[in-house]
Ligand binder design. Structure first.
Ligand code: AGP
Length: 613
């Protein structure tokens, strides 16, 4: 989705903006642009396509100045083109705007402005905003008041960043609702604005996050935050500890491959500070739950999208098995509209890497409206899903750049396991011995994931043999059923190969009709409580001429004798087996896409952070 960077200070804003936008490429975009205040007037460069095109434009027609804003656009209203790319300038050329989100009443506003004689030069909803601001620019209070009044006319959720040549000492930024974040980075005699932390992390670690309905007035020396009603807000500065280097590719060809390999470390970090192995105890301090609250919980709704929702399905098995609390997993875009039966004894638990997914945030708000306790498992520090929640678990994976989520899938699996044990302990439903054993199993996880990663050459070999497949059917049962879905999602989103997933027991109810030589079956047949069922499923697929690739436990002769290819994973306690069984499926999808020469980190039509509905 769209990315924003802004700068005000003593340096040339152009390279800072281009560099910042580069750091946001992972969000996905189809056009890019920047606006810089040069000798008192606003210069805009923008085009459809990747940032290289914008850089070439800037090289051919240089622009420099000490104040500027930039944007990467993911088209919603109007095709990707130079005229629809941001920034958008008003008719006087005195105001310029970049925007994330959708102006839901833009047709009405556009009609109104057109009737007043305002000429529109793009198909975007964003252009309304700049014309509105321009219309108010002469009111008392100048740009700040003009932005405030204009934003009050907008429906929907927005992140907006604006500057004007009439008031060349400031950038005004605002956030309404959940259309992605707005963060202000604090420097010495210079300040930054961005939609996401990585855009400005190389310049500063001191950051201020805007809440919904807040504006920031950013000058070289100062940042003032206020509500959209004009009430001053105390500026709260957060220190971000992420390492900017960890956002680079290092020795790997793609961020996705790097992130797959980072899982040993991210899972080690996931356990750190939360697991007391000596006493066999879990502590999740930021969840803000005590024994009394935990005992009151009658039901947990896990709500999320895509990969995060598959993590939630594993969580359901774990929480029901260990903590004996009923769990329902709901896709956030469905939950938000189906009037779910939720009350104050319900927990709504959102899972989100970005913490800014519009549907997930709306599902949280639905939970809030109905009086539920809100929890979240989130990667992006300071994101809305973290701030909306009554309690949260932070994923500890560091920034994830590849659009296909990998390390931000395995971390919440372990978080959910820890949550299950923690709740079971608080509610008194497990005895000390069982709790101790469950906790000890966690110790094995990083090393087991490391062992699964060592098999990358074998997975690559199978990927070489199978890179021309057109379809694939992923099957799993029990706790590994969601891993079939996750494996299929990984394959389709980065290699564009059609892949479907099914709970293996459903095969006989229809999908088995698809099985032949051209429909490889990827079967998760781990030594877990569903093992025998999976073996019989593999036999049925083989009997119909299907080529079977199994994910199996090392040393399993039965699977070796049945399957055409096997991705071996080390023996793992079954409740934690999804953390390990997903590794070869991540690698398989990665290598197929990479062998096909596809844009692995930024697959077509997808964005890292889906901040629109
Ligand atoms: C993952 O590979 C996908 N690109 C996508 O399904 C993603 O998991 C989903 O959009 C949810 O994102 P979030 O975790 O940032 O909320």
């Amino acid at each position: 989705m769209c990315g924003i960077v802004g700068y005000i200070g003593e340096q040339n804003a152009t390279p800072i903006i281009l560099n910042g936008l580069k750091r946001l490429e992972y969000r996905g975009y189809d056009s890019a642009g920047l606006a810089v205040l040069e000798n008192g007037h606003i210069e805009v460069r923008r085009d459809a396509g990747k940032l290289e095109k914008l850089s070439a434009l800037v090289q051919a027609n240089p622009v420099s100045g000490k104040l500027g804003i930039g944007h990467t656009r993911w088209a919603t209203h109007g095709e990707p083109s130079a005229r629809n790319a941001h920034p958008h300038m008003g008719q006087t050329g005195e105001v310029v705007v970049v925007h994330n989100g959708i102006v839901e009443n833009y047709l009405e506003l556009r009609e109104e402005l057109t009737a007043e004689g305002v000429p529109f030069t793009s198909d975007t909803d964003t252009e309304c905003i700049v014309h509105l601001i321009e219309g108010f620019l002469s009111v008392e209070g100048g740009l700040v008041e003009a932005v405030r009044r204009s934003l009050q006319r907008l429906q929907g959720a927005h992140g907006v960043v604006v500057f004007s040549s009439r008031e060349p000492d400031k950038i005004v930024a605002a956030r309404i609702g959940n259309a992605g974040g707005v963060v202000v980075g604090l420097g010495q005699g210079e300040n930054y604005v961005a939609s996401d932390i990585p855009a400005i992390l190389e310049h500063t670690r001191q950051m201020v996050f805007l809440e919904s309905q807040q504006m920031a007035v950013v000058t070289r020396a100062d940042v003032q935050v206020m509500t959209l009603d004009g009430q001053p807000v105390e500026v709260k500065v957060n220190t971000i500890n992420w390492d900017p280097i960890s956002a680079e590719k290092g020795e790997y060809r793609h961020f996705m491959q790097k992130e797959i390999h980072e899982q040993v470390r991210s899972l080690t970090d996931t356990l750190a500070g939360r697991v007391d192995f000596d006493n066999g105890r879990i502590t999740l301090a930021q969840l803000n739950v005590d024994a009394e609250n935990a005992r009151r919980i009658k039901k947990i709704f896990i709500t999320a999208c895509g990969t995060a929702a598959y993590a939630g399905q594993v969580g359901k098995v774990l929480i029901e098995d260990i903590a004996r609390i009923p769990v329902e997993v709901d896709i956030a875009s469905e939950f938000r509209y189906r009037d779910p039966i939720v009350d104050e004894d319900t927990v709504v638990l959102a899972i989100s890497q970005s913490g800014e997914t519009a549907d997930t945030l709306a599902a949280m708000e639905e939970g809030r409206r109905k009086g539920a306790t809100l929890w979240s498992i989130v990667n992006a520090i300071g994101s809305q899903a973290m701030r909306l929640a009554d309690g949260y678990i932070s994923m500890q994976t560091g920034p994830e750049i590849g659009v296909a989520s990998t390390k931000a899938f395995t971390a919440p699996l372990v978080d959910l396991y820890m949550l299950a044990v923690y709740l079971a302990d608080l509610r008194g439903v497990i005895d000390e011995n069982r709790r101790y054993e469950l906790v000890q199993d966690l110790r094995l996880v990083p090393a087991l994931v490391g062992k699964a990663l060592e098999k990358e050459p074998e997975v690559l070999q199978v990927a070489r043999e199978m890179k021309y497949i057109r379809n694939a059917l992923y099957l799993g049962r029990g706790i590994n059923m969601p891993i079939a879905y996750e494996g299929a999602l990984k394959l389709k989103e980065i290699s564009y190969i059609h892949a479907e997933a099914y709970p293996a027991g459903e095969m006989k109810h229809g999908p088995i009709a698809l099985v032949d030589r051209d429909m490889p079956v990827i079967a998760l047949a781990l030594k877990d409580p569903w093992y025998e069922k999976m073996i019989s499923q593999i036999e049925q697929a083989k009997a119909r001429g299907g080529a079977v690739v199994a994910v199996a436990t090392e040393g399993d002769e039965r699977v070796a004798g049945l399957a055409d290819e096997v991705f071996w994973v080390p023996e793992t306690p079954w409740r934690l087996s999804p953390v390990v069984s997903v590794i070869p499926l991540q690698l398989f999808a990665y290598h197929i896409a990479s062998l096909k020469g596809l844009d692995v980190d930024q697959p077509r039509n997808l964005a890292k952070s889906v901040t629109v509905e």
